[in-house]
Design a binder for this molecule. Sequence first.
Ligand code: GDP
Ligand code: MN
Length: 388
Amino acid sequence: MNIHEYQAKEILSQYGLPIPRGEVASDPESAHRIATRIGGPVVVKAQVLVGGRGKAGGVKLARDPDEAAARAGDILGLVIRGITVRKVLVAPAVDIAREIYLGLVLDRANKNVTLMASAEGGVEIEEVARVAPEKVYRYALDPFLGLLDYQSTELAFRLGLPAERVRDFGKILRGLYQAFVAVDASLAEINPLVVAKDGTLQCLDAKINLDDNALYRHPELETLRDADEEDPAEVAARVDGLSYVKLDGNIGCVVNGAGLAMATMDVVKLYGGEPANFLDIGGGARAERVATALRILLSDGNVRAVLINIFGGITRCDEVARGLATALEAARAQGEPVGVPIVVRLVGTNEAEGRQILAEAGLVAVTGMDEAARAAVAALGSRPEVRA
Ligand code: GDP
Ligand code: MN
C-alpha cells in the first residue's frame, strides 16, 4: 500500500526526522490560511500517489499567502500521470544548498534491507541511477544487526557532508530505519534530503510503501489508505477477500491458490498469451466470492477471454461452479451476457457435481491445465461463451 507524502512525513516526524511542518489543503482558501499561519515563503505540493510531481508542475514555491492560494488553485485539479490532484501539502519553503537521495528498500533477492544514497539527489535520481550507478552508494543491512553506526558515518563522508553534520545525518538514518522496521515498510525514501543554506539537514519529500501482507499488524495504518486513488477493481477484490493484481494482458484468470495462479500465468505465456491479472480466490472459496472474481475480471475492458483454473482440495468444485453459474445467470438476466469466451478447467473435490452445474449453465470444463491455457489463447477474439 502506497501512502501520501504528508502521511509518510507524519510517521517519520514521530521518529525524530527534521521535517518542515506543513498542513494539507483541498481548496485555495485553506492553502491561504495555512500559508498565513506559517508566515513566510511556502511550497505547495500535489498529494498524489505517483512520483515525478515536481516535473509535472505539481510542486510550486509561493512567497506569501496570496501566491500560495493561487498556486494551490493551479495544482488542485491538475492530472498527474492519470491521477487528479485533490489535496495539496502547504509547508514552509526551505532554501536549498544541496539535494541528497536517501532510501531504504526491502531487497527480496538478497533477503535484506538495502540502504541507498546519492549525493546527486533530487528529481533526476532515476537518471543518475541509470547512467552513473556508481554514484548511488549501497549498503546491505544485516537483518539481525540493523543499521550500524560506522555505516552511517562512512556514508555521511561519502556524501560529502561537513563533519559537524555527521551526527545529525546518523540520527536521520537511524530514525528512518526504525520507522521502516516499525511500520513494516517495503520502501522508505527521502528525496531530497537537503542541506539547507543555513547548514541544517531537512527532509523535503518522503515516500513510504507499506507491505500489504503485514498490514494486519497495523490496523491504525489501514486508515491511511486512499481508495480514491486505487484501482476500483482492486478495492472490490480486497473487500471480498480476493488477492487481485491487474496486469496488462487480455486473458483474465480466476485461480484458487497463489502458486497455481502463478503457474497458470506462466502456462498462458508459454502458449503466447498475456494474463490480464493475477487473481487468487483463496482456499475454500464460496460461490459468492467466485462470482465477485468473475465480475471483477469482466469489468476490465482489456479482457478478451477468461481462463478459470480450479484444482479442488479444500475448495469445492461444485461451489466454484455455482459461483460461475450465478455470475453468468446474473449477467444474462441484466441483458448483458458475458461478452468473452470462458474456458474452465475443473478437477478435484466434488468435480462431478461441479461439471453438472456448469453443463446446466452452458459451460463445459476440461481437465488439463495445459489444454485449458491453450484453449484460452486460441479463444482470444472468438465468439462469446465458446467452451473448450
Ligand atoms: P517529486 O518531484 O514528486 O519527487 O517532489 P519533491 O517533493 O521531491 O519536489 C521536487 C523538487 O522540488 C525537489 O527536488 C526540490 O528541488 C524542489 N522543492 C521541494 N520543496 C522545496 C522547498 O521547500 N524549497 C525549494 N527551493 N525547492 C523545493
Ligand atoms: Mn521527491
